[in-house]
Design a protein around this ligand. Structure first.
Ligand code: HEC
Length: 171
């Protein structure tokens, strides 16, 4: 190998290396990026820390019947404020035809700034092997009526002092 070929090889491999770095940097989310939950983030939620919410005779789909919530590892016991990436899944009306699965994920930033700040709302379908997201956002889609037509934010804003979590999950 001549000196100039060697130099060429060196320059080429350096270029490849720095190119690889660029890709790695581009894929890494910035620290201030919001957490966007994917279906995989809910996978196995049934094995997360379980909080028994008891059984209540209530006409509302959301707060009625036997309810259990599942809290992900980002929210260890004793947490009082959910960090970005915190997820709580709540199963309502267990063992009834009204059974539903709701969730909230801490998206962070200025998301839902006029409601439960930082939280995104979900309904999940866990009838298959992996949970599917039925809807997500600032509230349920038009036409869906939960808890007498009130929005997720309406009730949960009452819990501003406990990071909009109304049950004992963050205690
Ligand atoms: C009628 C008031 C009301 C509405 C509307 C409501 N929630 Fe709740 N939610 C509650 C209460 C009260 C709890 C505490 C647990 C319990 O009592 O069942 C709760 C608990 C939860 C929890 C478990 C974490 C926590 O705060 O304790 C999740 C997740 C949740 N709700 C999601 C939703 C979603 C998603 C919506 C909108 C589709 C919604 N909620 C609408 C009253 C409400």
């Amino acid at each position: 190998m001549t000196r100039s070929t060697l130099l060429l090889v060196l320059v080429a491999s350096l270029a490849v290396a720095s190119c690889g770095d660029d890709v790695a940097t581009a894929e890494r989310p910035a620290d201030d990026a919001e957490f966007i939950a994917f279906e995989r983030d809910f996978q196995g939620f049934q094995g997360w820390r379980k909080v028994d919410l008891g059984t209540r005779d209530d006409a509302s789909i959301h707060t009625g019947g036997t309810r259990i919530s599942f809290v992900n590892a980002a929210l260890p016991p004793g947490s009082t404020v959910a960090p970005k990436g915190g997820i709580i899944v709540k199963v309502t009306g267990i063992d009834t035809a009204e059974r539903r699965v709701f969730a909230m994920a801490k998206r962070g930033g200025t998301y839902n700034a006029s409601g439960a700040r930082g939280w995104e709302w979900f309904e999940l379908d866990d009838s298959g092997d992996v949970p599917r997201i039925s809807w997500r956002g600032l509230g349920p889609p038009n036409g869906e009526t939960y808890a007498g037509g009130t929005e997720c934010n309406t009730c949960h804003m009452a819990g501003a002092a406990s990071d909009y979590v109304l049950g004992p999950e963050l205690k």
